[in-house]
Design a protein around this ligand. Sequence first.
Ligand code: AMP
Length: 421
Amino acid sequence: MYRKVKGTQDFFGIEAKKLRHLEGIIRAVIEKFGYEEIITPIFENTEVFVRSSGEESDIVSKEMYTFDDKGGRSLTLRPEGTAPVVRAFLENKLYARRALNKYYYFGPMFRYERPQAGRYREFNQFGIEAFGASSPYLDADVIISAAEIFKALGIENIKLKINTIGDFASRAAYSALLKEHFGKGISSLCDDCARRLDRNPLRILDCKIDRDNPLLKNAPKIEAVLSAEAKAYFQKVLKILDASGISYEVDPNLVRGLDYYTDTVFEFILESDDELGGLAVCAGGKYSDLVRSFNGPDIPGIGYAFGIERIIAIMDKQNLFPDLASRADIVLISLDEEAKEKALLLARALRGAGFYAELDYQNFNLKPQFRLSEQVDAKFLVIIGEEELKNKQLAVKNALTKEQELIPETKILEYFKENLN
Ligand code: AMP
């Protein structure tokens, strides 16, 4: 027996419907904010991710599914959505379409991580990227759009954590400060953090291993070196969130794992006592330098990504999915060859009229055909036998009331239009 790859999932039945259901809700919200869908390939040249995330990032150093194709190119299954969108934005010169470009995406991402609750090796993300404005109004509107999505999905107990990591000057000053601070206690840090000290000491702040090390808790805060502009920018973002009635907590240790972030960074976390509590459901931030680092023009961007599996798990827990089971309107039951042909043609006509019609393709006995009607939870059964064919009539049975009546063939569409809605 073949088994699925560790950390992957099959979606079928109601689970597949849940995924599409919440996709539909999210799409409806985000398109009102002016975002258009962008669909990029599942794999990219490896360099796309190395350039954007940085060699030192967990994603690049440990988590990528990278392979050489038969032409000897190094390709990587996308671990995240921002780098491919930036690559597409530049390659297709989308910045020439207009000054402000807003895109959203849905799709699978791949990371070699240790599978556990809410963590998979193939998982789905919904994300957005907005290019072309460096403005606290845009940052706030992006965060508001995420909050609106939670609201539309009905999800409660979500907490927004927000921070600024400053503009380039503040970031550089902060890095120097952290280097000095962590340098003093380097032996108490994990090997990864020891390596991060030189390259990007900010990353140490969100190390999963050293999370409880007092050195992290007592680290200097960005506040100490934040430029006046960066401070004013952040205050403005917070002011707009206040005015929008969106509550948040400023978390000075929130830095995000990737090099390209500047200014506003944020995460939405679930607050609950179960195994899902504390999981980040959506994470994002502003990136002023990512487009330029791809050798593109100097265009700022901001974005976020939602973990779809985590949303499904939360919605299951909070009982937020409607009844997604689909019931057949009509099952056509046929008792001989000729009737079967009639049933198939009639099914086609019924489907054409907008009904969900099903039939058994190989049995002429009643029993298996009744079983099928039960399995698809049919509302009506249409029984076609010798008698019915001869009289050009159909026996229609209401599955609920069990009442049965004979309807002339020519009146059958009309009958269902009246009796099914
Ligand atoms: P990131 O791209 O790491 O900022 O992740 C954005 C969101 O994607 C997270 O907040 C999670 O909801 C989700 N996510 C990230 N990694 C995984 C994973 N391995 N399995 C499931 N969801 C994930």
